[in-house]
Design a protein around this ligand. Sequence first.
Ligand SMILES: *Cc1c(COP(=O)(O)O)cnc(C)c1O
Length: 213
Amino acid sequence: MIKDNYTRIKEKIGDAATLIAVTKYHTAEQAVEAYEAGVRHFGENRPEGFLEKKKALPEDAIVHFIGTLQSRKVKQIIDDMHYLHSLDRESVAKKIEQYSEHTVKCFIQVNVSGEDSKHGLTPEEVPEFLERLSKYKKVEVIGLMTMAPNTDDRSLISDVFRKLSELKDELAENNHDNIQIKELSMGMSNDYDVALEYGATFVRVGSKIMGSR
Ligand SMILES: *Cc1c(COP(=O)(O)O)cnc(C)c1O
């Protein structure tokens, strides 16, 4: 089941993007099953789940932190965290700088749709935030992340992904060693196909790979 799902989506994506299987609603055993089906990139949104999956999976599995991270939780997971998709606060960058022994690849989370329920910076806030991040050398900013509204209206979803892609292009010229805005983390089970049309390079797919919770 997981294997069929993963193989089908992986084929659709080809080399265009890294496919992250989001295992946040599933057990460590199911994550191991996904590993055996070929998954190497996993997504978790809570420190507990992150550590549990990291421990259960073989060494070469990469677990991405895709949820909101409180700065006081950074220390707990930093040794195993190589990708953070939700950076939107300087306090988190400060803790990474303080506790990490390696650089952490970070996406800036942008609330493109402007919904109250969503985390992230407004597009207008991003340039100034990048300036502030330039002094945290263990924070390696590689791109932008967003979540589209939960809707069947494909044109609304397209708007959000197009705007993130345009913002990436605007920010591409950057004069800091630790900031290179090249990657786009966008697209989930219901909209990863749209995200790919707009240049997603990391897609985060949960239920369509792992099954509904
Ligand atoms: C849960 C989650 C996903 C995956 O959601 P699905 O709809 O199950 O594919 C992707 N990104 C983030 C940030 C999530 O929290």
